[in-house]
Write a protein that binds this ligand. Structure first.
Ligand SMILES: Nc1ncnc2c1ncn2[C@@H]1O[C@H](COP(=O)(O)OP(=O)(O)OP(=O)(O)O)[C@@H](O)[C@H]1O
Ligand SMILES: Cc1ncc(CO)c(N)n1
Length: 268
């Protein structure tokens, strides 16, 4: 049996909606065997982050080595990587193990407002990780930090996408979750052409983990061998269903529903 295998290199969210937990749930839902290399443990719920505990860089390296050398990795993603030494070791391991299908989700701030990336690590993210990416998935504030462009118009979002590809990424999806308007529109660019991914905007506060879940779905589809833009489209369908059928857990930004896609598939 040929089983697709995906690895997430990210932080743990005790609340289960974002981070490693969102990634593994998404991999499983999409029929991919999920593995993890933890970079940090966060104490977190739908309202706040109450603690961040980084792992030693060596612990991150050992987790990656352990799974790549035995089980194998068809595609990987990165999420929360708070410090420069952890970024350095991940970049080295991605090169050493020739991980080609790599999704970089440049996580910076949680929905509840906590900083998940140290300020001094912003530059390292651009220098070390973005050049290794098959696709980078910034939201709008992350796009601004990466490029210095305020992405408040379509033209500026296109310019920012060009800049991210110039940094060495093979492609980028600028996510429009933070825009207003009737539609949630994301912009894809692969160095040649632009494509829009459009879905109805759902009125809800239960959006904890949208970014992690989207990039995990994209990673799962790449692990299965789906072509890049098809994988992006599938990920968009998956996250839209997960937002559309909220679980209504917790008193703050509740988690998205990782199994909602089953309902939509059942409807046809
Ligand atoms: N209210 C919404 N309705 C429909 N789609 C949405 C909504 N909010 C976000 N999305 C979609 O979810 C995906 C993730 O985008 P978003 O901009 O929310 O990521 P993010 O800010 O990185 O999330 P996170 O808080 O997990 O870091 C995108 O495809 C975006 O268009
Ligand atoms: C551990 C972790 N990673 C990513 C996010 C994204 O917001 C989060 N809230 N927590």
């Amino acid at each position: 049996m040929n089983i697709a295998k995906a690895l997430t290199i990210a932080g743990s969210d005790s609340g289960g909606g974002a981070g490693i937990q969102a990634d593994l749930k998404t991999f499983q839902e999409l029929g991919v065997f999920g593995m993890s290399a933890l970079t940090a443990v966060t104490a977190q719920n739908t309202k706040e982050v109450t603690g961040i505990y980084e792992l030693p860089p060596e612990a991150v390296a050992k987790q990656i080595d352990a799974v790549v050398t035995d089980i194998g990795v068809d595609a990987a993603k990165t999420g929360m990587i708070s410090s420069v030494p952890i970024m350095e070791i991940i970049a080295a391991k991605v090169k050493e193990h020739r991980i080609h299908h790599l999704v970089i989700d440049p996580v910076m701030i949680s929905k509840s407002g906590a900083a998940l990336l140290k300020e001094e690590a912003r530059h390292a993210l651009k220098r070390l990780l973005i050049p290794l990416a098959e696709v980078v998935t910034p939201n709008l504030p992350e796009t601004e930090v990466l490029t210095g462009i305020t992405p408040d118009t379509e033209e500026k979002r296109k310019e920012a996408a060009r800049r991210i590809v110039e940094m060495g990424a093979r492609s980028v999806v600028i996510k429009g979750g933070h825009l207003r308007g009737e539609k949630a529109v994301d912009l894809f660019f692969d160095g040649k052409s632009f494509e829009h991914l459009t879905a109805p905007r759902i009125e809800t506060r239960h959006t904890h983990g949208t970014g992690c879940t989207f990039s995990a779905a994209l990673t799962a589809e790449l692990a299965k061998g789906r072509p890049l833009f098809d994988a992006v489209r599938k990920a968009k369908e998956y996250i839209t269903a997960a937002i559309r059928h909220p679980l209504e857990l917790g008193g703050g930004h509740g988690p998205v529903n990782h199994w909602a896609h089953r309902r939509e598939e059942a409807k046809g």
